[in-house]
Structures are given as C-alpha cells and as structure tokens.
Design a protein around this ligand. Structure first.
Ligand SMILES: [Fe+2]
Ligand SMILES: [Fe+2]
Length: 308
C-alpha cells in the first residue's frame, strides 16, 4: 500500500467525493471506499467497439506524426487483435467520453498511449498474456485527470505551484479511482496509474520512488513520447520526431528510463526493421526542440490568499 497524502480532492465523474484534500491514505480507508458500493460489479464492454474509439484510433495511427511507426499493415492487424481484447467497465469508458468532449488532447493521448504501449509490449514482453494485461492499462493511465480542473489541464501559460500540484495529483487520483472501479481485479492498471510518472533515478512523482518495473516503464515511455510529438496547451508546436526521440534517448542516458524501451521505440521509427536489441543509437543530437515551451516552468507570481 503506497504512503500518500492527498493534496486535492478525489471525485468520480458523477461527483461522488471519495476522499477530501488532506487525507492520509491507508489501506483501511481505501478498502472502506472500494467496498462502500458492495458487491456491485460493473459490466465490461470492448473498448474498441465503444463510441468512435476504433475509428479514432485508426485515424490517429494512419496520420502524422504516427504514420511511420504504424506503417506495416500486418503489424497493425496483429496490434488490433490485442487492442480488441481490452474490455473496460462503463464508468471507465465514460471517462473517455468526458475527455473527448472537454479535452480532446487528453482523449487522443490516451488512445495513442494505448496503441503505442501495446506495440512496444509485443517487442519487450515475451509472455502474450502479460502483453494483453499491459495493453489494458494504457486507456486508464491518465483517468485521474478527471480530478484536475479543465482550465488547469488546458492552460497555455506557465502553471503556478498549486496548479502544478493539481496536475501531479492525477497519478494518485487515478490509483484511487481504479481501485474503486476495479476493486482488486486489475492491480496492474492501478499501479500504472500511480507510477507512470516515476523515474529510475527517483526524480519523478507522486512518490519519488525508484521506477524498476519494466511494464510500467513501457507506459511511461509511450506517455513521454506522445507528449513530445503532439502539440500541447503549454507548447503549441510539437517536437519534430528526431528531437522527440533524442529527448527520450537523453532520458535513458540520464538513467530516467531504461534503454530497452527506448531502443524499441527508435526501432519502430526506422524503415529498416531491425530487432530493437541490434540497433545502434547515435550520441549526436541534431533535432530542434520547439521554441515556445513552458513545461516545467513555475509561475512564481502566484498570489497567496492574503494578497487578494
Ligand atoms: Fe499521466
Ligand atoms: Fe499520459
């Protein structure tokens, strides 16, 4: 059970308050909330058949910036066979509706992390069942963002410290929400939601632990890469693909994520489809990161209550 103090509230989409801010989360408290709605279990539904998810997924896969990675038709068909196995319960699927309606970037990000992490999992995870299990965690890795106010998620200028804290809250919020919806049937999805921003050198959040789980790392790497190559509210121009891959490479060089997942990602970006273990990575950095980028910059001009 992770030791966590929740700085912000955790609510479901139908506005049930699961935990108020300031809660020190214990196993007993989590269990009490998880089992507060008794033995009721939600009906699961195939994700790809929900709304326009399959059509949207295929659209994202076949257009820039992803068309190179997903250019091999046979590989995409094999990938779809795995994606089709993923079933999610209705309240979790409704979180996708929420993002599609209110924050389209997060909606497309969730679907691309789902597809990309599954593609990488096929290279990196020898066990097919484990690969399927990991695939089911991509669509829920950012579900905690339903607890972050939309004006913060979509803010185009530097975040205040409080707003940054709210964004980082999505990891713990996702962990609680998935425990609430899944009870104990999907521990990997709960773990991924909590730990996908942790890093090997313990520089991540929410707990600053050493990330040493290769499955979580596949989601983490897919998450980072997608965040770089798609325009974001805080960075209107995306990284070009070379600069994005160089950023991910730098993270491996600084021991934030592992080399295997980085090599697998780079291998899928090369036309010569060598096995990822055989590829050579140049130390030279030639990409050009975008000029406007306020990611990681804290707006120090934040007013305290007493200044208002
Ligand atoms: Fe996240
Ligand atoms: Fe994410």
């Amino acid at each position: 059970m992770p030791r966590l103090t929740l700085q912000y509230p955790i609510r479901t989409l139908d506005n049930q308050l699961l935990f108020p801010p300031g809660t020190f989360l214990t196993k007993e408290m989590l269990d009490a909330v998880i089992y507060s709605h008794g033995a009721y279990s939600y009906q699961a539904y195939p994700l790809l058949l929900y709304g326009s998810v399959k059509e949207d997924c295929l659209n994202f896969l076949s257009n820039p910036p992803y068309e190179t990675i997903f250019s091999d038709k046979k590989e995409v068909n094999d990938l779809l066979n795995i994606l089709e196995t993923v079933h999610l319960s209705i309240p979790i699927l409704q979180s996708l509706d929420y993002f599609k309606q209110h924050d389209f970037y997060t909606y497309s990000h969730i679907l691309m992390v789902f597809a990309l992490s599954t593609l990488l999992a096929r290279d990196l995870i020898p066990d097919y069942q484990e690969c399927i299990q990991l695939s089911a965690t991509g669509p829920t890795h950012d579900i905690g963002k339903i607890c972050v106010p939309l004006h913060i998620l979509k803010k185009t200028t530097a975040l205040t410290k409080n707003e940054r804290g709210f964004i980082e809250h999505h990891a713990a919020a996702g962990y609680v929400l998935l425990n609430y919806y899944y009870k104990d049937i999907q521990p990997l999805a709960c773990k991924v939601a909590l730990d996908h921003h942790e890093r090997r050198d313990n520089s991540g959040y929410p707990r600053g632990i050493v990330l040493n789980d290769p499955l979580v790392e596949i989601i983490a790497a897919s998450d980072i890469y997608d965040a770089l190559i798609i325009p974001r509210p805080y960075r209107s121009t995306a990284y070009d693909n070379r600069a994005a891959l160089e950023e991910v490479t730098k993270m491996a060089e600084h021991n934030k994520i592992g080399w295997d997942v980085v090599k697998a990602l780079i291998a899928h970006n090369r036309k010569s489809k060598f096995p990822y273990r055989e590829i050579k990575i140049s130390a030279e950095k030639r990409g050009t990161p975008p000029s406007y980028n306020v990611y990681g910059i804290i707006d120090e001009g934040e007013k305290t209550d007493s200044e208002d």
